[in-house]
Design a protein around this ligand. Structure first.
Ligand code: SF4
Ligand code: SF4
Length: 295
């Protein structure tokens, strides 16, 4: 990815964003955020949130205090640990107390760790100040569309101000919140990566416009991920027959968007409790019972 010098400086020890760092620094996710405030058609809620994770994976849910213990134990065992993220298993900002309690403790006890979170963006505008206060280094927003008509085919409902909104109305609110959140983060100098799930026949022809728009607003990286629609991961919510893209379709779309901005091609869609260097997951070595034994 061709990043501006100032962004490059910020991400130089972030394994996800720097090809260099990716071999030397490790990242870790803690699964402290169980609830979600929207429904994506590609999510069946039994598994980790697709904002940042492969579907079909179940992570060990931790409370903030357990998560902090785990992070400290892992950081002691893996000295290259540089980044801690909250990416599920639901939405980080649909669980604000749990998410910010975890970040708050860690900022105190492990001040060298860079913090990040991923979100569907619905609650972003409300929490941008808190994100800035916690020194969160970068945020990933999953943005699948700009057009509410397209959105209505991806999101059957959202939960908004104590009401369930559906269809185009729901998609319009979600899209507005995502775009406003993106602008507010950029205005505060917080790095924003945008993830999009490529859904053939639904948002494939629309994603180049999404890429241009988020770049214009200051997102530093766009990561187009394939919809993974395998039977064992559950089917497209409420519908059948939705397929994922072929490798060639994904590549073609990434190439098309690459004309507009830096594209990320090595994201592994790590699980919500991934641990280690990119491409490895040592999460199984650091389950809670094993962490207790390390302490
Ligand atoms: Fe599932 Fe994540 Fe979508 Fe929520 S935001 S419905 S957890 S994929
Ligand atoms: Fe990095 Fe992608 Fe894994 Fe997140 S899901 S830690 S961005 S490789």
């Amino acid at each position: 990815a061709h990043l501006p010098a100032e962004v490059r400086r910020k991400v130089q020890d972030h394994p996800c964003y720097s090809e260099e760092a990716h071999h030397h620094f490790a990242r870790m996710h803690v699964a402290v955020a169980p609830a979600c405030n929207i429904q994506c058609n590609y999510c069946n809620r039994k598994y980790d949130c697709t904002n940042e994770s492969r579907p079909g994976v179940v992570s060990e849910l931790l409370d903030p205090e357990q998560a902090v213990r785990k992070v400290l134990a892992v950081a002691a065992a893996i000295p290259q640990m540089s980044v801690l993220g909250i990416a599920g298993p639901g939405d980080a900002l649909a669980n604000p107390q749990r998410t910010f309690a975890t970040f708050g403790e860690l900022a105190e006890k492990a001040p060298d760790l860079k913090l990040c979170l991923s979100t569907n963006g619905l609650m972003l505008p409300q929490y941008v100040d808190e994100i800035a206060r916690h020194n969160i280094d970068h945020v990933t927003i999953t943005i699948n569309c700009l057009d509410p008509e397209v959105g209505a085919r991806i999101y059957p409902w959202i939960y908004w101000r104590n009401r369930r909104l559906r269809g185009v109305e729901a998609a319009r609110v979600l899209i507005e919140q995502q775009q406003r959140g993106l602008e507010m983060l950029v205005a505060r100098g917080i790095l924003v990566k945008v993830n999009s799930v490529l859904i053939p026949g639904v948002n494939d022809t629309h994603l180049p416009a999404v890429s241009r728009a988020v770049k214009a607003k200051g997102a530093f990286l766009h990561n187009v991920m394939p919809l993974i629609a395998e039977a064992e991961h559950g089917t497209w919510y409420g519908l059948t027959g939705q397929r994922g893209p072929s490798a060639a379709e994904l590549q073609a779309l990434q190439d098309e968007c690459a004309g507009d901005m830096a594209m990320m091609r090595h994201c592994r869609q790590c699980r919500a409790d991934a641990v280690g260097l990119l491409g490895e997951d040592r999460g199984a070595e650091f389950t809670l019972d094993k962490v207790a034994a390390l302490e």
